[in-house]
Ligand binder design. Structure first.
Ligand code: GLP
Length: 249
């Protein structure tokens, strides 16, 4: 894994947007995996700015979001779909039919997960996946536990994860859905390239466990150690004490 420590979150986000724009220039039909959360907000802002000045053309690209709350219809203001519409989709020239999303309101969760995995397989898998990381080491909504699941699946969200997502629900953790649908570890680990962002001291422990700890379902992100092309871009606080700017591993 390649760790890069940026001077600031803003710099990392700008570099990340530039990297994505470059990947789309190289491969206009790029299949991109996209996260939600606070972490990628500046990346989406930068991508929207690049698109507005004609430096990013997403007209042939496809996107697959990583996860969605279970039980919420796409148009619910707290859904990840709404988040993506607000911060990204409404502002760029992605073709609607190439925006792929789990439907949290699907009546049959298992069928919905199978549909999503099949759609991703038909698209040829993810060329590049942008990831955040939970303070508990989760990626997408693959939560820490005794085991991990390879396919897309329904998952019960941990208390910490629901707290971390309260901002989407008027800062009320009780309103955060109890369950979610998420891409499994297989789609993430089969992505051709992984770029993971982590900002702030709250993430330092998870970043360290991901990079240096054992490969264990207790820290789902640690499985990225098995992938051949992972970049981890952090700010100094997420790098943890004693990690200098430009440190690599
Ligand atoms: C969320 C998402 C993840 C995200 C993570 C970190 O719950 N399911 O995809 O990476 O938690 O969120 P944040 O960036 O807000 O810290």
């Amino acid at each position: 894994m390649n760790l890069r420590v940026f001077d600031s979150e803003q710099q990392a986000a700008a570099a990340c947007a530039a990297r994505i724009a470059e990947a789309v220039r190289d491969t206009p039909s790029l299949v991109l995996g996209l996260p939600t959360g606070r972490t990628p907000l500046n990346v989406y802002r930068e991508l929207v700015a690049l698109s507005a000045r004609g430096a990013l053309d997403l007209s042939r690209a496809s996107t697959f979001n990583l996860d969605e709350f279970f039980g919420l219809p796409p148009e619910d203001a707290g859904s990840f779909r709404s988040y993506m519409e607000r911060h990204f989709f409404q502002h760029v020239n992605l073709a609607p039919e190439r925006i792929h999303f789990l439907d949290g309101s699907a009546p049959d969760a298992e069928a919905e997960c199978a549909r999503y995995d099949a759609e991703l397989a038909a698209a040829g898998g993810l060329d590049l996946v942008l990831l955040g990381i939970g303070a508990n080491g989760h990626i997408a909504f693959n939560e820490p536990g005794d085991s991990l699941l390879a396919p897309c699946h329904r998952v019960k969200l941990g208390r910490e994860t629901r707290l971390a997502n309260a901002a989407l629900f008027g800062d009320d953790p009780a309103r955060v859905p109890l369950e979610a649908l998420t891409l499994g570890m297989a789609s993430i680990l089969q992505a051709r390239r992984v770029l993971l962002l982590a900002f702030g001291a709250r993430k330092a422990e998870a970043v360290s466990a991901m990079l240096h700890g054992p490969v264990t379902p207790r820290c789902p992100a640690s499985f990225l150690q098995l992938h051949r092309d992972v970049e981890v871009w952090v700010d100094p606080s997420a790098a943890g004490p004693g990690r200098g700017v430009g440190a690599t591993r």
